[in-house]
Design a protein around this ligand. Structure first.
Ligand SMILES: Cc1cc2nc3c(=O)[nH]c(=O)nc-3n(C[C@H](O)[C@H](O)[C@H](O)COP(=O)(O)OP(=O)(O)OC[C@H]3O[C@@H](n4cnc5c(N)ncnc54)[C@H](O)[C@@H]3O)c2cc1C
Ligand code: FES
Length: 1205
């Protein structure tokens, strides 16, 4: 139990994701050991004071490369479950916690344990594959499912070519629970022996008090009525961290026994208010197993909500009382607890009260809310009775681990032996500031029979009673209105089914099409297969073409891999925080920053210190503050006051830009054939088609990070930056400091995900930080919070595509497509150019014309993002293709412009080889592939080779690691260096052919032969003449195809990805495990782009989606239940190294197969209802879009309307 005496907390790495008020912190996890139970938790949410007497295990504590790695670390690493590795410690700790409680978990437990962890790189499949190996049933299940583990055993399912495994489970260490850490005996002794006393911790600004008796707690609450009781801190913590709420005194009730008791009686359950939601779930599950079904309706409805409420880490910490007391509209429990007639036991020094958890309590009417000196002790949840039905509903942006858009708890009680309503209650969340009750409607339905007329009237009445303002803050009024009645209809069917089971003779079978409504989508552990080819002639020691594990994956899994913020603090290091514009378009009139804060360095402290005269978007960096800690620096930013003078116009959308003619020049055009003529001659025309593709946030797990260390001599600076383009950071820093580039040494060990978002943006932050370091003479670190990162850095360019198409006999003869990108206030012409060049996708249309124009808005500048315009432009193309042809094969082509690069290879006299090259390790496995190339070229084992950081010191003038070209160009440069070295060693090898590598190297050293070489690759000649519309912009194409199957819930807009099969042409893969990982990861990111990830802005241009609670990227629940990837065999590509192909980006577009599957499903639903098949579905196809395009009587119902026919 959280914080119980003798409890122990175990958590992961010290780097806390700056989570936004909303969180699943990924690379950290915590475990609480108490009574042999272990809990994972989010380290960022746990107050340090609550850990008194706790034992903490971090990811480093369960295993490391110096002693022994833990089986979880080994399996996730060896199953290729880490790419950039930033999320990996969190994944490891979630599964470790599960295994401590359940050494042979079920697949459901694995998906549940991982539901609160996010990964932006892998697409989850390999992580799950690693974790599945712990399941007792995994082998037999896999045998039925054609899993990768069984491909050799089941060759008939595959082509003739030899297929090998991506990993070898036989080599995994067994999980041995006897080798696990034990709970520290000294803490146990301390918990048992020490006399319980009140604990008081004083911080810089906050006092934490942890009493031991209820009486003392009540006295404290009377003395400090405004002090919150902090249990899980999942609500108070985020408010303090991100919303500026400050509590000088915090009271912790964790050690009060009364609040942790559970009492079973024949009337129901009484659960202590401090019990965690995870414990509540366990208690309810046990009760459901033990009690007769008819008594557990409320329990089952609560369990339904608890399954998806937060992630496991949140449920482990969040308390039942905390969820209830705040009366948040997003509480998933309150609607059910209220509908289920639960009561609250409340106590103060004045005495004890029983308060019904009802409408009055939820709306805070009269004396129904708790007084400041009162506390909630327990909650009584009654058993249901015969003839009583209780259900829970929720719809969120993502099925799991997302706050609900609307939720509901509904209960009906029938007169004994009849279907006559005796009591009826419905509570909705998400519609107003708190949970609301539609009591009037329910009351007027009492006495009615449970039939269609009743539900029709109920819908009408409910809509009359609930009024949602036409404009809701989240702009979802119509959708919410539809959900209200859709949930009611679902409840009607559920109860009808229940009545049918009770009285089979009285009710007809339910129509089949309604039966599916009764089943909710479940998250099942995905079954997957991967297929690739190996060359049977290849020497066994040659690593090229083999699924070699990412060279850093073990270090990722043990937490030893170092990211920018892990670099140890430098003496007297300072921290920088940025101040950003709060206006979308304004002149800065004046500014001042009056810091009188302890510890803050008054770096910018006078009035009017800005050089920036005008701001063009909210989130534009205006100035920066430096202090001795990041907390102090952030606190100081609030003291900077800026006076603005608003400028017109403020342009926030593509439509507004078109209206104001706000464009960047030039407009680009590409044409082939004669479009105008074709339009005059061909008969069938698709007029005025349109699709909008929303932007996308990179959501790399490691936010923008930089550390600048002045070296103290000759103006030299070391810049450690999480960047895809160290040379650009070097040049920008040198330029702002007015020093030559040779004084700035840029280092990148690894990047925790980039996806294009760390090509240009980190250089800006590096330059700002370098100015501060230069000015103060101290090392300065700047790590952006998630919220700031999202606000400042921009993302994928939104697109609007408009098209006219002429076709005949199923063949497209001519297409005229206009597209507009939203470029913000800084042009990025290459995006539009690349988008146009790739817009024909895999189709050959004789008469084709593309126009492309970038518009200027007052939003943060967008930037490169995986696919670089192609995912947007190709979706436009697929959209008009699908509009024209009902069924079409979807194929993707993608292509790149290549650049030069170089490398440096040293051979040391002990035979070891150090390789540096111009590519940055972003998780895409470039260093692993480079090791394979080096090994292949020098014919030495990979164990001899080390690839260290990417640095401007060793490899100058690098190009960005972007556009998937890293291995293409750096591999060639390394090959070139290796060949130079081999040539030098050739005479020695010839003289001593039986010698070893080390002998040859030593001999070369004795002969004074240089054992160091640079390599160079000049890239390919690509060109494009936009005036003539001609050129050779791409060297080669990557092909791929995907087929996806989905199921949609026409009543809620939810969808489930059932199956995806991908075939991808990657040429001869250098590393199939890495390439398949890139394909799966990109695909899932594409699924996010096209179906989930939605950026929203306020009418004043402020990005609202600034953290993981508002911006949903795919989680484990979103990957296809059956997911297969095959690499096309016999594909050759003489233009790239070892006949391989660039693969980092193309598969992202294949995510649109899910989008079009959803569109087809909606079309089928519309057809059933006699609605036209042509309708607009914009991207992302969120639950709201899906529901509202599945038009039915519920979507048409208006407030006070009478439409239930
Ligand atoms: C990432 C994330 C996802 C979430 N997802 C969901 C979701 O999907 N659905 C959902 O319903 N909720 C969700 N929540 C909310 C979560 O359930 C609540 O924050 C949690 O239950 C609050 O409990 P706590 O112990 O952490 O509260 P704390 O933060 O510790 O306290 C919250 C408040 O409750 C008061 N309080 C606590 N106990 C008592 C008591 N015994 N008597 C009087 N006052 C008391 C405190 O004074 C304080 O004001 C989510 C939260 C997070 C962080
Ligand atoms: S490996 Fe999971 S976020 Fe990069």
């Amino acid at each position: 139990m959280p914080g119980s005496p003798g409890g122990a907390l175990v958590w992961g790495s010290p780097w806390l994701d700056p989570w936004g008020p909303r969180c699943f912190i990924l690379h950290l996890a915590a475990l609480l050991l108490y009574n042999a139970r272990h809990y994972s938790a989010n380290a960022c949410l746990i107050p340090i004071c609550s850990l008194y007497g706790a034992a903490i295990t971090t990811v480093e504590g369960i295993g490391n490369t110096k002693s022994r790695i833990h089986p979880v670390q080994e399996r996730i690493a060896k199953c290729h479950g880490s790419q950039c590795g930033f999320c990996t410690p969190g994944m490891v700790m979630s599964i470790y916690a599960l295994l401590r409680n359940h050494p042979e978990p079920t697949s459901e437990q694995i998906t549940e344990a991982l539901a609160g962890n996010l990964c932006r790189c892998t697409g989850y499949r390999p992580i799950i594959d690693g974790c599945k190996t712990f399941c007792k049933v995994s082998r037999s299940k896999f045998n039925n499912q054609n899993c990768c583990l069984d491909v050799e055993e089941n060759p008939s399912s595959l082509d003739k070519e030899k297929v090998v495994k991506l990993f070898t489970p036989e080599e995994f260490q067994p999980l041995d629970p006897t080798k696990e850490l034990i709970f520290p005996p000294e803490l146990m002794v301390m918990a048992n022996d020490q006399q319980k006393r009140t604990l008081i911790f004083h911080g810089e600004r906050i006092t934490w008090i942890s009493p031991v008796s209820l009486k003392e707690l009540l006295e404290l609450k009377t003395s400090f009525p405004r002090a919150p009781l902090v249990v899980g801190n999942t609500s108070v913590g985020p408010d303090m961290k991100f919303k500026g709420v400050f509590h000088p005194i915090i009271i912790s009730p964790a050690r009060i026994l009364d609040l942790n008791l559970v009492n079973y009686t024949k009337n129901g359950l009484t659960i202590g208010a401090s019990c965690s939601l995870a414990l509540v779930k366990d208690i309810l599950e046990n009760a459901v197993l033990e009690l007769p079904r008819e008594n557990t309706k409320v329990f089952c409805a609560l369990l339904q909500q608890l399954k998806t409420l937060g992630g496991q880490q949140i449920r482990n910490m969040a308390s039942l009382g905390g969820n209830i007391i705040q009366r948040h509209t997003t509480s998933d429990l309150n609607p059910v607890l209220a509908a289920g007639n639960c009561t609250l036991s409340v106590v103060s020094l004045r005495g004890r009260l029983q308060i019904p958890l009802n409408e009055q309590f939820l709306t805070g009417f009269g004396n129904a809310i708790l007084q400041p000196d009162e506390i909630l002790v327990s909650v009584h949840i009654p058993c249901s009775e015969t003839g009583e039905f209780v259900s829970a509903f929720r719809q969120a942006q993502r099925r799991e681990n997302a706050l609900p858009i609307v939720n509901a708890g509904m209960r009906v009680l029938f007169k004994s032996g009849t279907d006559t309503i005796m009591d009826f209650s419905i509570f909705y969340g998400g519609l107003a500031s708190t949970t609301i009750c539609v009591n009037k409607s329910c009351q007027s339905l009492i006495g009615r029979c449970w039939n269609e007329q009743m539900v029709g009237d109920a819908c009408r009445l409910v809509l009359e009673e609930v009024s949602i303002p036409g404009f809701t803050q989240d702009g979802r009024a119509e959708y919410k209105q539809t959900l209200i009645v859709s949930f009611l209809f679902k409840f009607y069917l559920q109860v009808l089914q229940g009545l049918r089971q009770m009285y089979p003779c009285r009710y007809h079978d339910m129509p089949v099409r309604w039966m599916s409504i009764l089943q909710d989508f479940q998250t099942r552990i995905p079954q997957s297969s991967q297929k690739y080819q190996v060359n049977p002639e290849q020497l066994p020691q040659d690593p090229v073409g083999r699924p070699i594990m990412h060279q850093a994956s073990i270090k990722h899994a043990t937490g030893e891999a170092t990211y920018c913020d892990d670099i140890r603090a430098v003496d007297k290091e300072l921290f920088l925080a940025v101040v950003t514009s709060s206006r979308p378009h304004a002149k800065i009139v004046s500014s001042c920053a009056l810091f009188k804060m302890a510890h803050s360095k008054q770096y910018f402290h006078q009035s009017n210190f800005f050089y920036l005269l005008q701001v063009n978007c909210v989130g534009q960096i205006v100035c920066a503050v430096v202090a001795d800690s990041d907390v102090h620096a952030k606190r100081a930013t609030v003291k900077v006051k800026i006076t603005y003078e608003a400028l017109e116009p403020v342009i926030l959308t593509i439509e507004e830009a078109i209206k104001h003619n706000s464009f960047f020049d030039p407009e680009r055009k590409l044409e082939q054939g004669n479009v105008d003529e074709a339009f005059e001659t061909v008969d069938h025309v698709l007029e005025a088609g349109e699709i909008y593709i929303g932007g996308q946030e990179h959501f790399y797990m490691e936010t923008q990070s930089v550390l600048v260390v002045p070296k103290g001599e000759d103006k030299e600076m070391d810049v450690y930056v999480s960047s895809q383009h160290p040379t650009f950071a070097q040049e920008l820093v040198a330029s702002v400091l007015n020093v030559p580039s040779n004084r700035v040494m840029c280092h990148v060990k690894r990047v925790g995900g980039g996806f294009g978002g760390k090509v240009t943006k980190p250089a800006i932050l590096a330059a700002i930080t370098a100015v501060a370091a230069n000015k103060t003479g101290h090392a300065v670190r700047c790590i952006l919070d998630r919220g700031d990162d999202m606000l400042i850095t921009g993302g994928r360019h939104p697109f609007l595509g408009k098209y006219r198409v002429k076709y005949k006999l199923g063949k497209v003869r001519a297409a005229d497509i206009k597209s507009v990108t939203e470029s913000s206030f800084f042009p990025y012409p290459k995006i539009m150019e690349t988008a146009l060049l790739r817009m024909d996708n895999a189709y050959k249309i004789p008469n084709l014309r593309f126009w492309g124009h970038a518009c200027k808005t007052n939003l943060p500048s967008n930037t490169a993002f995986r696919g670089f315009g192609f995912p947007q432009s190709a979706l436009v193309t697929e959209s008009w293709i699908t509009d024209v042809a009902v069924k079409s094969e979807r194929q993707s082509g993608s292509n790149y412009i290549f650049y030069w690069t170089n490398s440096l290879v040293h051979i040391y006299t002990d035979g070891s080889v150090l390789v540096t090259h111009g590519g940055v390790e972003l998780g895409q496995g470039i260093h692993t592939k480079i090791m394979q190339v080096t090994s292949h070229e020098l014919r030495i084992p990979t164990s001899y080779i080390h690839v260290c950081e990417t640095s401007t010191v060793t490899v100058p003038n690098t190009r960005p690691t972007a556009a998937s070209i890293g291995t293409d160009i750096n591999g060639m440069a390394v090959k070139n260096a290796c060949q130079t070295l081999l040539k030098r060693l050739a005479p020695i090898k010839e003289k001593n052919p039986e010698g070893t590598w080390r002998e040859w190297v030593r001999e070369a050293f004795h002969q004074s032969i240089s054992l160091s070489a640079t390599g160079f690759f000049r890239g390919y000649d690509t060109n494009m003449n936009w005036e003539k519309g001609e050129g050779h912009p791409f060297e080669y194409f990557v092909y791929g195809t995907a087929c996806s199957e989905v199921e949609i819930d026409c009543l809620t807009g939810d969808h489930k990805n059932i199956r995806t099969d991908i075939v991808m042409d990657v040429g001869c893969s250098i590393n199939p495990a890495v390439d398949i990982g890139q394909i799966e990861g990109a695909f899932v990111q594409g699924v996010g782009l096209y179906t989930m990830e939605e950026l929203t802005y306020s009418p004043k241009g402020v990005l609202c989606t600034r953290g993981p609670d508002q911006y949903k990227i795919p989680a484990v629940c979103d990957i296809p239940e059956h997911f297969s990837v095959s690499l096309l065999s016999s594909s050759q590509n003489p233009r790239a190294i070892y006949s391989s192909k660039a693969i980092g980006e193309p598969a992202l577009f294949l995510g649109c197969s899910v989008f079009f599957a959803i569109k087809d499903a909606i079309a089928a639903a519309r057809k059933e209802r006699g609605l036209p098949g042509n309708f607009t579905l914009n991207s992302p196809s969120t639950p709201e879009w899906i529901r509202m395009t599945c038009v039915d009587q519920f979507t048409k119902m208006k407030w006070g309307g009478d439409c239930f026919k």
